[in-house]
Design a binder for this molecule. Structure first.
Ligand SMILES: C[S@@+](CC[C@H](N)C(=O)[O-])C[C@H]1O[C@@H](n2cnc3c(N)ncnc32)[C@H](O)[C@@H]1O
Length: 388
């Protein structure tokens, strides 16, 4: 297939980090939205993107655009796309959509019309209608319909890329894998200094840190993507990409990754998740109060994602926790960079340190911040003791 527009979706607020990843991989950025970036490339490039991207959710390969003012226009436009080239007549197709058009009140209706046009066309050309339904683990077609213009894409990811497959035990209030990857990019940690993650929960931050430090692409962890179910899937090319990525990945770390949690069952879950991700041997897990976490000599970052009272915990109890995180940073983490990821800025003020950077994120619809604290050694320490 020829060069085409490729749209990569991501969670709200992640675009700057997805952009950084795309530019690093040599892809142009054609346009940016709040939850996605348009780039361009060949169909083969979509395989690379699915393998490599840490912060994207879906890699959508653009097929065709047409104007549509009602469901009949949609049916006609979709029928003109040669679906028989992409989807097997004995296959399975799922249609997902994002519809913002006055003629359609229920986007499910647009989905059904679009799906009908696809399967009817394949029946007409090949004599058999593929199955269809809601499962996204086979062929997925995406419809974007806004202001009278319909864009049709092949969703080459199928299941969103945030589902890496390693988090078998999520525990309470886990961070989405793609969000954790973006938070790590935001810290500018490059894998050559220590990564300390007290309050690790299910271990998402520590696991994503280990994968990033090894230069091991997250796509190596998955064995199912949408593109695999399309006609003409180049299996040998895909296997080559994976083999090359494995060879280029490091086998060991130049730093220590330490993950702790007060709950023994969280540490056990994190350990199991890390084992599924193939990085358990690279992370030092233990169960303790966050303030007892070993802080190694040398440079590094300490990153905490405490509860913030929206989904777990109670605000009043948490005020004391946030206050003592400030003391922990000042007393035990001198010379490192401290990070706090929270969805409650009032609680963050209790830390009592001046944040050097405040990076906005969203977690499950809640506006959050990643706060960065420079934890100076010695006399510079006092400069920090200011209320945010
Ligand atoms: C919001 S969750 C962290 C989620 C994590 N980022 C993930 O992706 O799974 C907060 C974690 O802090 C832990 N925690 C709460 N108080 C703690 C304390 N005093 N010391 C250590 N861990 C604590 C909880 O057990 C919980 O696992």
């Amino acid at each position: 297939m020829e060069n085409s527009r490729i749209l990569i979706t991501c969670a709200k607020g992640i675009t700057p980090f997805l952009k950084e990843e795309l530019l690093q991989q040599g892809f142009p950025v054609l346009s940016e939205g709040v939850a996605g970036i348009a780039t361009e490339g060949t169909f083969d490039d979509t395989l690379r993107l699915n393998l490599l991207l840490r912060t994207g959710h879906r890699v959508l390969y653009f097929l065709r655009e047409f104007t549509a003012h009602d469901a009949e226009d949609l049916y006609r436009g979709v029928s003109q796309i040669p679906w028989e080239k992409h989807i097997a007549e004995d296959g399975y197709v799922c249609v997902t959509s994002s519809v913002d058009d006055p003629s359609i009140r229920d986007s499910r209706y647009a989905n059904v019309k679009c799906k009908d046009a696809i399967v009817d066309r394949i029946k007409e050309k090949c004599g058999q209608r593929p199955d269809s339904g809601p499962d996204q683990d086979k062929t997925v077609v995406n419809l974007y319909w806004k202001d009278g213009v319909c864009s049709l894409y092949l969703d080459t990811s199928g299941e969103p890329l945030s589902r890496r497959g390693y988090r078998k035990i999520p525990m309470g209030a886990p961070m989405q894998e793609t969000l954790a990857a973006a938070v790590i990019i935001a810290t500018r940690w490059k894998g050559n200094s220590h990564f300390v993650n007290p309050m690790c929960g299910s271990g998402t931050l520590a696991i994503e840190a280990a994968l990033a430090a090894l230069n091991r692409p997250p796509g190596l962890l998955r064995d199912n993507f949408g593109f695999m179910h399309l006609k003409g899937f180049k299996e040998a090319f895909w296997n080559d990409l994976r083999t090359r990525a494995r060879k280029e990945a490091k086998k060991s770390l130049e730093c220590r990754i330490i993950a702790t949690d007060i709950k023994k069952e969280a540490v056990e879950a994190a350990r199991k998740n890390a084992a599924t991700a193939g990085v358990e041997h690279l992370i030092e897990f233990s169960s303790c109060d966050y303030s007892e976490t070993t802080i190694p000599e040398g440079e590094g970052i300490v990153i905490l994602n405490p509860e913030y009272g929206e989904r777990m915990g109670k605000i009043q109890e948490l005020e004391g926790v946030y206050r003592s995180i400030g003391d922990f940073f000042k007393q035990k983490c001198k010379g490192l960079k401290g990070y706090l990821f929270t969805g409650n800025l009032d609680l963050a003020k209790k830390v009592g340190l001046r944040a050097k950077r405040r990076i906005p994120f969203f977690n499950g619809g809640i506006e959050c911040r990643l706060l960065e604290y420079e934890l100076y050694e010695g006399s510079r320490k006092n400069k920090n003791r200011q209320i945010t």
